[in-house]
Design a protein around this ligand. Structure first.
Ligand code: PMP
Ligand code: GLN
Length: 385
């Protein structure tokens, strides 16, 4: 086997394989129920697949325009306007991306320079900090304190410096399931007012919000809208995480910068899927029903665990449920997640993976985007702990 002749000077020396890949692989090896990596184990409605097939057979298989097909950008504009009352111009302010991960990476790359600071909220989704560090910038971590995981706006204000270029926010929040309120957005707006700080808003779980709460998009808030790149993903909304199609909403000047980088990262996103999504988006009930769909699953999962020794934390949105295991074990969460996968046959994600410095709140994350039978079997196993 040939090997590279010399030291490899890693740009990401502290990064290994993501916890999602590691736990999904272990679950497969052990034949465990996989509640670790976030993805549904059920299909989208057949119509969505038929639409893709129809567009492929109709010959729509060559490059789409760099920013996305006109049909999909118009459909996104219509959805955002009807939900948030904000009109984004499909021509200049909406870009279709290869999922949210690419959108987030491109957003950071187009704005952040060496020496800049970017504020993130910890626990933080795994792809933010590597993107920041690859730009030669520093991630500055604001705390979402266990167990409520609410932002501390006084702390955020203290973390802002002359070097702050960007603030990255995520609501509904992975992994905590916390959903920001209108007051949270107002507090954020007050902090950035009068500065040139931009906001990257990861809103991929925008359609999964429970108990009558409303998703507060940065698009709704005029002060935030003008400085935000808002990221979403069809993977979450239509049960197709493997399709990797998402989008970015941003004012014209920010979109122009975004597209400069986007065109050299992916250039453009696959055509028949975009055309199918554009048609599928035309029926609002397909995304409006998602909250009720997942709320029922959340409740089923919580009821199934009510008699267990896991202590369930609040879950206002996303398809993730956090559980504290203080009553069960004092092992570190990674060790417990691995042991439960091997011995109890249920895989989860240790929440310490979302922190830069080792930290133990003794919390595991379970994904409940699974069939009811799978959830019931997992609950049975977890209730025995
Ligand atoms: N942001 C968050 C908070 C996520 O949970 C995920 C994936 N589950 C992504 C971004 C990435 O989305 P995509 O698969 O569309 O790249
Ligand atoms: N976002 C998914 C999660 O939180 C994981 C996606 C991935 O594997 N990178 O589980």
């Amino acid at each position: 086997m040939p090997s590279f002749p010399g030291p490899v000077d890693s740009r990401l020396p502290r990064v290994g394989t993501t916890i999602f890949t590691v736990m999904s692989r272990l679950a497969a090896e052990c034949g465990a129920i996989n509640l670790s990596q976030g993805f549904p184990d059920f299909s989208a409605p057949p119509l969505l697949y038929e639409l893709v097939s129809r567009h492929m057979h109709a010959g729509h298989n060559q490059y789409a325009p760099m920013a996305g097909t006109v049909q999909l950008r118009e459909a996104i504009a219509g959805k955002v306007e009807s939900l948030c009352g904000a009109r984004y111009d499909p021509e200049h302010e909406i870009t279709v991306t290869a999922g949210a991960t690419q959108a987030l990476f491109t957003a950071v790359t187009c704005l952040v320079r060496p020496g800049d600071e970017v504020i993130v909220f910890e626990p933080v989704y795994d792809c933010y900090v590597p993107a920041i560090e690859l730009c030669g910038a520093t991630a500055v971590r604001a705390t979402l304190r266990h167990p409520g995981y609410r932002p501390d706006w006084a702390e955020v204000r203290r973390l802002v410096t002359r070097r702050t270029r960007l603030i990255m926010v995520n609501t509904p929040h992975n992994p905590s399931g916390a959903v920001w309120s209108e007051e949270d957005l107002r507090a954020l707006a007050a902090i950035v007012r009068g500065t040139s700080i931009a906001v990257v808003a990861d809103e991929v779980y925008e359609h999964i919000v429970f108990d009558g709460l409303r998703h507060e998009s940065c698009a709704r808030h005029p002060d935030l809208r003008e400085r935000s790149l808002i990221v979403s993903s069809f993977g979450k909304t239509y049960h197709v995480t493997g399709w990797k199609v998402g989008y970015v909403l941003a004012p014209r000047e920010l979109s122009a910068e975004f597209r400069k980088v986007h065109q050299f990262v992916v250039f453009t996103v696959n055509t028949p899927v975009q055309l199918a999504l554009a048609e599928y988006l035309a029926e609002p009930s397909r995304y409006l029903e998602l909250s009720a769909f997942y709320q029922r699953k959340r409740d089923l999962f919580r009821q199934g665990l009510a008699a267990s020794r896991l202590q369930l934390l609040p879950c206002q949105g996303t398809y993730f449920q956090l559980a504290s295991y203080q009553a069960i074990s004092d092992e570190p969460d990674l060790a417990l997640a691995e042991r439960l996968t091997r011995t109890a046959g249920v895989a989860s994600i240790p929440v310490s993976a979302f922190y830069g410095e080792p930290r133990q709140d003794r919390v595991l994350r379970f994904c409940f985007a699974k069939g009811d039978d799978t959830l019931a079997r997992a609950c049975e196993r977890l209730a025995r702990l």
